[in-house]
Design a protein around this ligand. Structure first.
Ligand code: HEC
Ligand code: HEC
Length: 186
């Protein structure tokens, strides 16, 4: 079992045993809020939000495994980030790297992040979320005309063009709306 999970259960058990009813309740509320999450952990770091949200929406770290972030968030790699210069000063880079390390798919308990971790557990470290097998499979029935041929989408990389709650880390199919194709259903 994951160490963090182990210590949370231990903590909950201890609080229960000492009869600290109030503290116990807040721990359970907190655990519940983690276990109820279906999606990915929202972005909670201001530098990440600002620096990584200026050209596209700020992808949540839970959408890729640690090894992918290590490759993407390398100082040299950022100078040529998908053809753009996305370099960061040394301090910001450190902060952004740490945020990715702590919240990458393989470190997260959120359902979507777990699926991404599972799809890459053989060591695959794609540079794109759209290359993760699980993400590819979820979109392979959408016709190209609704993505590349759609002036309000252009590429599958722009998650928030269709996922109306992407910024909150919610990708559930019930929250999808493809621009210019209001009636599309698979
Ligand atoms: C100067 C603009 C710019 C900045 C700043 C920037 N990016 Fe990007 N990013 C891009 C472009 C352009 C693409 C490719 C989009 C496409 O293929 O349509 C991209 C793609 C990505 C992808 C792959 C998306 C996919 O296709 O699955 C990830 C992941 C990513 N960026 C993460 C980051 C992170 C993390 C940061 C902050 C450290 C960041 N980006 C900052 C321009 C930027
Ligand atoms: C062209 C619009 C569009 C774009 C852009 C898009 N998606 Fe989707 N996505 C969909 C649709 C439509 C579905 C539902 C597919 C289905 O029900 O079979 C979906 C499904 C998903 C699912 C599964 C949801 C579920 O309830 O099973 C995830 C996760 C997801 N997308 C993540 C992403 C991420 C991350 C990005 C950006 C890298 C992205 N999507 C970009 C349209 C899009």
């Amino acid at each position: 079992m994951h160490n963090k999970m182990k210590s949370m259960i231990l903590l909950a058990a201890l609080l229960g045993a000492t009869g600290a009813a109030q503290a116990e309740e807040s721990v359970w509320t907190w655990l519940g809020s983690i276990w109820r999450q279906n999606e990915v952990n929202a972005v909670s770091n201001a530098a990440w939000q600002e620096e990584c949200g200026s050209c596209h929406f700020a992808y949540q770290p839970g959408l890729l495994p640690t090894q992918s972030w290590d490759k993407l968030l390398d100082a040299k790699a950022l100078e040529d980030h998908f053809g753009e210069n996305a370099e960061l000063d040394a301090d910001t880079l450190k902060e952004v790297q740490a945020f990715a390390q702590e919240n990458a798919a393989d470190k997260s308990w959120y359902k979507r992040a777990r699926k991404i971790a599972k799809a890459t557990e053989n060591g695959e470290a794609p540079l794109r979320i759209t290359e993760v097998r699980y993400i590819k499979r979820k979109h392979n029935e959408i016709p190209e005309k609704m993505i590349k041929g759609n002036k309000d989408v252009k590429s599958l990389s722009y998650c928030d063009a269709c996922h109306t709650q992407a910024k909150k880390g919610v990708f559930d199919e019930d929250t999808v709306r493809i621009p210019n194709y209001p009636d599309w259903e698979d």
